[in-house]
Design a protein around this ligand. Structure first.
Ligand SMILES: Cc1ncc(C[n+]2csc(CCOP(=O)(O)OP(=O)(O)O)c2C)c(N)n1
Ligand SMILES: CC(=O)[C@@H](O)[C@H](O)COP(=O)(O)O
Ligand SMILES: [Mg+2]
Length: 613
């Protein structure tokens, strides 16, 4: 029964309800989310944890006039339900359906497009300053999780905002979890705030926070506390120039509404610390929030069952290789910016805890940290999603490649990822890595090659990237033995005539299918950089048409590298470059999206036929 929820299409409908009704709305909304996400799949535990906070925000603030910016946006499903999209929740993350993250094109309530973390404070500060410039009295609110708070970007924005006279409210949604348990000194600080020394249950802050302490009195109070060795809650954020309020219970909607209503009348930078539970309301998720961070469809009565696949994913191939390589070479360390599960590092973390580094959501730091380790003879392997590596570009160039440091980048989620859509697609890594001097780029055609390439990269004395997609590939048997591949050399996989297809990475299956259909030569190029110029020349001088296939943007990608090679070698030949378009590919099923981009066997065949015609 969703009798109250049924009355809400937009936040204005919510605001028309009595405050006493809100707990019932929360219950109905939570049940709706459980039913809906368990049938579509998607981000789960964070959404259940954000129900009361979302309701309270839309109840108290005048949205969309007031601007709420969700960090990452994986907790925005309750917000979507309350902002006119309830009927479409069944289309979540499907092609032409709702996006899994806030998206400006989707709703005027989605103030800022997100997917990557730690952008909310900076963006909300932008909204707040714009309001000032425009003479508007709207409020800007950033809602950021404790995991996302660990990123440098969040602190850059805090540092900027705390010195500005703007109506900005930062809400820290602290559930003591990132995807895996949160890490770092900030996490320890927050945990300390919630534990014994001063904290006995949630504080009654709704009245206290309006009681402005004169600076001198405050100073005296603080030095007294320091003398006593007491821990002052929120001091860190106060030192950053924010008025710290909290911690309060993020599942107590009444307190939330009172507190937010009070804060609404305050001016200047405000910081509200809210404590929630990931998965609140669904026992299995509360017990195992890591497993329920994101789900595939499941029956709520039974919970998530383990999925079994006959083929190992590339992530698993990487995880196995890392453990095997660590056993062989004690210099190896593994680094993840908060993606232990997604990057396949669970086993490594268990087997080699001293050589495992989760640095928090801090991609830039992860890369520079690896650079420092490499200078001292350690052999770092940075496991990172292609899309998140974008954030660490200067660190790649300045801190690793310029110094030619031997760091292996194991780049997962390359190409199209599917349900997460364009924010998470790894469409650009060939392009942005290729132009960096010293950087080598290896692109496995199948799972076994992935293992052998990781080994090859690890042996190389310089920065290397091995990039592979989400999910599994051709299903090649992965050999236990590690054999280094000839450096910078591709291989011809099929001999044909007239047309030569040069395949980069896991579109190899599509290339081979087209090769069969057209009796074309197919080369698995293996290296995007250094490119096998000799093979390019050999194929170009013995065929009429060169076709390149990749799941990177055509612009600046592997096909461009082939054109550069042909040009440098003075070879003139007809060419066809197949890859991702100059546009953002929306969410949907990965294989379907690839087909839509013409990167399946039929698509490659058709494109070549068209060119020949
Ligand atoms: C730049 C970036 N790095 C990594 C991620 C992957 N990621 C998505 S949610 C998440 C955990 C965020 O933790 P928190 O902000 O505390 O939210 P919670 O999941 O606890 O609700 C991570 C690491 C991301 N989205 N963006
Ligand atoms: C929100 C976010 O960034 C992650 O939760 C991401 O959705 C994980 O993607 P994978 O499912 O590919 O690991
Ligand atoms: Mg969290």
């Amino acid at each position: 029964m969703t009798t109250l929820l049924d009355q809400i299409n937009l936040p204005a409908d919510l605001r028309a309800l009595d405050r006493e009704d809100l707990p019932q709305v929360a219950g109905e909304l939570r049940q709706f989310l459980l039913d809906s996400i368990s049938s579509t799949g998607g981000h789960f535990a964070s959404n259940l944890g954000a129900v009361e906070l979302t309701l309270a925000l839309h109840y108290v603030f005048n949205t969309p006039y007031d601007r709420i910016v969700w960090d990452v946006g994986h907790q925005s499903y309750p917000h979507k339900v309350l902002t006119g999209r309830r009927e479409r929740m069944g289309t979540m993350r499907q092609q032409n359906g709702l996006a899994g993250f806030p998206k400006r094109e989707e709703s005027e309530y989605d103030t800022f497009g997100v997917g990557h973390s730690s952008t909310s404070i900076g963006a909300a500060l932008g909204f707040a300053e714009a309001a000032k410039l425009h003479g508007e009295n709207r409020k800007a609110i950033a809602v950021i999780g404790d995991g996302s708070m660990t990123a440098g970007m969040a602190f850059e924005a805090l540092n900027n905002a705390g010195d500005r006279d703007v109506d900005l409210l930062v809400i820290l949604n602290d559930n003591e979890m990132s995807i895996s348990p949160n890490v770092g000194a900030l996490n320890n600080y927050l945990a300390k705030m919630l534990s014994g020394k001063f904290y006995n249950g949630f504080r009654n802050v709704s009245g206290r926070m309006l009681d402005k302490v004169p600076p001198l009195r405050e100073l005296a109070k603080r030095s007294e506390e320091q003398l006593k060795g007491l821990f002052t809650p929120g001091l860190l954020f106060e030192e950053f120039g924010f008025n710290y309020i909290g911690p309060i219970d993020g599942h107590d909607i009444d307190t939330l509404v009172t507190t937010l209503s009070n804060i609404k009348n305050l001016s200047g930078p405000q910081f509200l610390h809210v404590v929630t539970k990931k998965g609140q309301g669904y026992k299995l998720a509360v017990a195992d929030p890591v497993k329920y961070h994101a789900v595939t469809p499941f029956t709520p009565e039974n919970g998530m069952t383990g999925k079994s696949s006959s083929k190992p994913s590339f992530t698993q191939v990487f995880g196995e290789w890392l453990c095997d390589m660590a056993a062989k070479d004690e210099r190896l360390v593994g680094i993840t910016p908060a993606m232990r599960e997604g990057s396949g590092l669970v086993k490594f973390a268990e087997q080699y805890p001293a050589r495992y580094f989760d640095v928090g959501i801090a991609e830039q730091h992860a890369v520079t940290f690896a650079g420092g380790l490499a200078c001292e003879g350690v052999k770092p392997v940075v496991a990172i999603y292609s899309t998140f590596l974008q954030r660490a570009y200067d660190q790649l160039v300045h801190d690793v490649a310029l110094q030619n440091l031997p760091v292996v980048f194991a780049i997962d989620r390359a190409g199209l990822v599917g349900a997460d859509g364009p924010t998470h697609a790894g469409s650009f890594d060939y392009s942005f890595l290729r132009c960096i001097p010293n950087m080598a780029i290896l692109a496995p055609g199948d799972e076994n090659e992935c293992r052998q390439m990781l080994y090859t990269a690890f042996l190389h004395d310089g920065p290397t990237a091995v990039r592979y997609p989400r999910g599994s590939g051709l299903g090649a048997t992965v050999e236990e033995e590690m054999t280094a591949l000839p450096w910078g050399k591709g291989e011809v996989r099929r001999k044909g005539s007239k047309v030569a297809i040069l395949s980069f990475g896991t579109r190899l299956g599509a290339a081979l299918e087209a090769g069969e259909a057209l009796d074309a030569t197919v080369a698995n190029m293996r290296f995007v950089k250094p490119l096998d110029d000799a093979l390019v020349a050999e194929l170009a001088t013995s065929h009429d048409l060169i076709v390149t296939v990749e799941d990177n943007a055509i612009m600046g990608g592997a096909g461009s590298a082939v054109l550069e090679s042909l040009s440098a070698q003075g070879i003139k030949i007809d060419t066809l470059l197949l890859g991702l378009p100059d546009g953002y590919v929306e969410h949907g099923e990965q294989h379907k999206l690839l087909a839509d981009c013409g990167l399946d066997g039929a698509g490659v065949t058709a494109a070549i036929r068209k060119k020949l015609a």
